[in-house]
Design a protein around this ligand. Sequence first.
Ligand code: ACO
Length: 401
Amino acid sequence: CIDIAPLYKDTGHFTYDPGYGSTASTKSAITYIDGDEGVLMYRGYPIEQLAEKSTFLEVAYLLLNGELPNKTQFAGFENDITHHTMMHESHKNFFQGFHHDAHPMAMLAASVASLSAFYHDDLDVDNPEDRKLAAIRLLAKMPTISAACYRYSIGWPFRYPRNNLEYVNRFLHMMFEVPSEPLELSPVCAKALDLLFILHADHEQNASTSTVRLVGSTGANPYASIAAGITALWGPAHGGANEAVLKMLEEIGSPDKVETAVKRAKDKNDNFRLMGFGHRVYKNFDPRAKIIREMCHKVLSELGVNDPLLDVAMKLEEAALKDDYFVERKLYPNVDFYSGIIYKALGIPTEMFTVMFAIARTAGWIAHWIEQHETPGSRIGRPRQLYVGADKRDYASIEKR
Ligand code: ACO
């Protein structure tokens, strides 16, 4: 307990809420979460229904426009996206500056920020047409830039987007296709990736979306705002958790080491946490984890993958769900516990996992950025602080210190 009275005589009242555990920073009509009941809805539609019946691109339209599209609206949207999938030719040179083993998230963040240096015709944040064009460009180019980050990191030449394919297939081709061998994709791979994109598309005021809004509140252009979201997503407590989960499962190595891992995670003198467990808002099972768990088993059996890491994951899930420490704190597996296993089965390398998350979350980030600019009277975001530093003191010259 800090005595702040002497420091705060005349500043009025404000709340001290570290980590914003109970502070709503904005009103929003995009996504609803009930963490106690494990409910997630985009624009009022339950995530379970969207996961079963919709596609990522339709969900992106829904998030951006508030309603599901009819056939004509969807065709127009898809057409707009398809027209903007290419990277500027000079953008390709930009990659040459990166070290060959740069992390794809580092390249992605820098590349997306650089889009404002390539496109100057959509940067008036107060113009709805400019905002719409930037939204389309970002959704269209994210898979192209992401695939380029991957191919650059393994020394392969970039692939141009094949615009006769739909969104997820187009991305998988840009990632994996080589000129002499046409890529044979199992439909279950594209479906699984589309599902993961739907589940990751938005999650109201999480750290990266709040970052996009905070940067957006300054009037920064859309590319700068979304690039800030990408960097916030990268941390292992947020979107970086999917990469961290896989590294953790590899580190545990075999089901018989799970007990030791659980013990370590409970030890307060050990920094080790079970990655992919716990959530700030869900104090019940993460509804996305339920959906993805099922898909995870389907993908592995369809592709005939026998991954020992899955045995470790299942044992870990079982052990944690029975353990008093995890039960009392309501620490359930979250969406990222399973997504990495699917990505691995699809042949996506571990360093690309958070990039995959970023492609999907771009839909939500832009929807929030647009909502923020459409809301009259939006103010610059400016959190306050409780000052706990030194009292006033006088400067002493360096000889006297
Ligand atoms: N393993 C072990 N203990 C944990 C874990 C975990 N994964 N998560 C939380 N705890 C414990 C904390 O030590 C704390 O214990 P205490 O009450 O004895 O001090 C208690 O549970 C509450 O944890 P907080 O850190 O206060 O919860 P917070 O809401 O701040 O953090 C977070 C949520 C960051 C997700 C946390 O659970 C975590 O680090 N999980 C692992 C990383 C992860 O999976 N992140 C992905 C989140 S989902 C996403 O971004 C898409």
